[in-house]
Design a protein around this ligand. Structure first.
Ligand code: 5GP
Ligand code: MN
Length: 352
């Protein structure tokens, strides 16, 4: 079958060649992704993993810390190495690699404790990512913030290099999962018609998109579901005049619902369903830090808010950050920040 789908050459053709050459030359290849890997991080990593295995490379995917149970179904997920579980083994693999891919993150800081070993490795380094402001440690940088997922970039890389025909169902599943999760199941950041051209090409590989959806979103524990109910009814503050909402959970709250990793994934999005709300924040007290997630609509720059108050960043409408201090203090800093952004919040709300 010969498909002449209208997929444009988003990645510079010279870079596609350089990447394929680097792959051909390398024997030991490591794929890394950011802390708290999500569907896109794992989807893009595992798609590349299967592709490289087919090219007879020695490949390892190393993630900084564990990933949620609703991603464990992904083909190859069981082969993923978790840095935190065995740092010295992962350090060894990084230092002996010929080639390292950094997928779905822009700067080494986002791989946490693994960062110095990534930076010090003599391996050639390739970045493929869709966040703003890529770091400067990479030999080849493919950075496209206008593209909604790294998995889509991975598809484009394969497609542009002429490997669509040989792409397997497993690879297509991983790519689809990344595209689906980073676009809220194609509800945002997904108006580019080429996204659906790509989905169509993936479906032709025999993937079942309904099953993939179910595996990710209909796989929650009862506790997670009750925690969501508790959070929305007991731990939500809405500030209508600022078009904003806040969700927050202390460690104590989480313990009541036998919190497990990934249980709060997606919580931050819910308040955007309230009429007039354009900015939502979720603050979670973790073991060693306070983790914040932000989502916004229209022109409100939640990445600027994350960078300004919480040492974070991300995309215009989806960002995150961290806070080191008490939980109460993080709530205070957030509310103070909200007041400072009153004008921008009101401006963005007028765009609704
Ligand atoms: P989430 O809220 O799903 O954890 O993260 C949403 C987006 O925010 C991520 O895709 C990433 O771009 C960004 N992000 C999350 N946490 C951090 C962080 O601690 N630092 C930076 N710079 N970006 C983050
Ligand atoms: Mn992503």
């Amino acid at each position: 079958m010969n498909y002449t789908a209208p997929i444009s050459a988003v990645i510079h053709p010279e870079k596609v060649n350089q990447i394929m050459e680097a792959i051909n030359r390398a024997e030991k290849i490591v794929i890394t992704t950011h802390r708290s890997p999500d569907g896109d991080a794992l989807g893009s990593s595992l798609a590349l993993y299967h592709f490289l295995k087919r090219k007879n490379k020695t490949v390892k995917v190393i993630v900084p810390n564990s990933f949620p149970y609703f991603l464990k179904w992904m083909p190859g997920a069981r082969e993923v190495e978790v840095y935190e579980y065995n740092p010295s083994a992962a350090q060894h693999i990084l230092s002996h690699a010929d080639l390292i891919f950094s997928l779905d993150y822009n700067i080494p800081k986002r791989v946490g404790d693994m960062a110095p070993y990534l930076e010090q490795s003599p391996a050639k380094k390739i970045l493929i990512d869709h966040h703003l402001l890529p770091g400067n440690i990479f030999d080849i940088t493919v950075s496209h913030p206008e593209i909604s997922s790294t998995a889509e970039l991975m598809f484009r890389l394969f497609f542009q290099a002429g490997y669509y025909e040989e792409l397997t169902k497993e690879e297509a599943e991983c790519i689809y999962c990344g595209m689906m999760t980073d676009t809220g199941s194609f509800t945002f950041n997904s108006s580019d018609p080429e996204i659906f051209e790509i989905v169509s090409l993936l479906l032709r590989k025999g993937i079942n998109k309904d099953t993939i959806y179910s595996q990710v979103f209909d796989n929650y524990s009862e506790e997670r579901f009750r925690l969501l109910g508790f959070t929305l009814s007991q731990r939500m503050e809405v500030y209508p005049e600022l078009h904003s909402a806040l969700l927050y959970l202390s460690r104590e709250d989480q313990a009541q619902f036998r919190f497990s990793k990934g249980d709060t994934e997606g919580f931050v999005n819910y308040p955007l369903s309230i009429k007039g709300i354009i900015f939502t924040t979720f603050i979670r007290e973790d073991e060693d830090l306070i983790k914040l997630s932000f989502r916004s609509q229209k022109s409100f720059p939640c990445n600027e808010f994350a960078a300004g108050f919480f040492n974070g960043g991300g995309h215009l409408n989806a960002s995150g950050g961290e806070f080191y201090g008490s939980f109460e203090e993080s709530l205070r800093v957030f509310k103070e920040g909200l007041k400072q952004y009153e004008e921008k919040l009101k401006k963005a709300a007028r765009e609704l």
